[in-house]
Write a protein that binds this ligand. Sequence first.
Ligand code: F6P
Length: 366
Amino acid sequence: MSTKKIAVTTGGGDAPGLNAVIRAIVISATNRGWECIGIRDGYNGLLQPQQYPRGGTVPLGRESVRGITHLGGTILGTTNRGHPFRYPTPGEDGELVEKDRSDDLVAAIRSRQIDAIIAIGGDGSMAIALGLCQKGLRIVGVPKTIDNDLSGTVRTFGFNTAVSFATACLDRLHSTAEAHRRVMVVEMMGRYAGWIALHAGIAGTADAILIPEIPYDIHKVAAKIKERTRSGRSFSIVVVAEGAHPVGGERLSTGGAIGAAEKLGGIGHQVAAELQEHTGQESRAVVLGHLLRGGSPTSFDRLISLRFGAAAVRALEEGQTECMVALDPPVVRYVPLEEATRRMKSVPLDSDTVLTARDLGVSFGD
Ligand code: F6P
């Protein structure tokens, strides 16, 4: 299958390493004599080209990707409100409604003589890629998300940077927690999976880690804090994943706009208030939020991003489609998009990481 022109798109929430992937794709593709273009803001550049004064696509050459490996964000822009199968579109009364615009997208891609797409994104972007492949497009996916919740790959890029930053935050919070004899509750992103909270919580020596995979009992978390106080440790660090919820309770969410994902958040403040009530110890909440998505990718994330980008180009050269590049140490391999999107990758409760935390005396509130 001959490839002459490819398009690159970045979709969903940004993650450190996106620019490194783009650089690897562009250099690897142009070295093969292929033309490379970038689509602005997910697929919005093709679905709403009139919104872009300089066009919804950008030519990508060697010059456009110089010096970007270490930069956070994405030079192409991104969106999490651009699902082509559920595109937010003004209805008859002017209110936004979801409309299937996938055929418009396929037509726009064909009219630009784009032979294949490399779609960099998380679960949503991979599901979109699968749907577009089923409409005849050639697509290779690259797994991105700080949440690390994509199946088929041991790691997504962005996760290591988020965990490193979160760990550094926990290190800083220790001294102020100790100085004031407080309980510091730290809420971290991760959607419905607890990967970031678990890894940063262990590395940053938290006393309790609450993750969506293990519903918690606040009394058990409070008991852990009181036990520390009795043993002379008068401060505690509690990490809470944004999707964590009590036994029998719901996760906290503010819903989602038309065409957008559910917005999680608020559990940190709730847990802090409840712990203060149950322990009598002053408790404060810190929400790391989007800070986890910023900054320069760690060397680990840069390396897998560059490997993923180059592997995606090799996949196209080999005639692959409907697949995602994936880290399966020590190699990068291709997994079918169907496998990558079948289910969310949660923290396995019998993993040695969870067992390590338990062995170290960390409370999961269970
Ligand atoms: O998926 C990445 C992520 O940062 C999640 O951890 C978080 O729930 C979500 O995106 C936040 O999205 P937004 O930036 O749209 O609020």
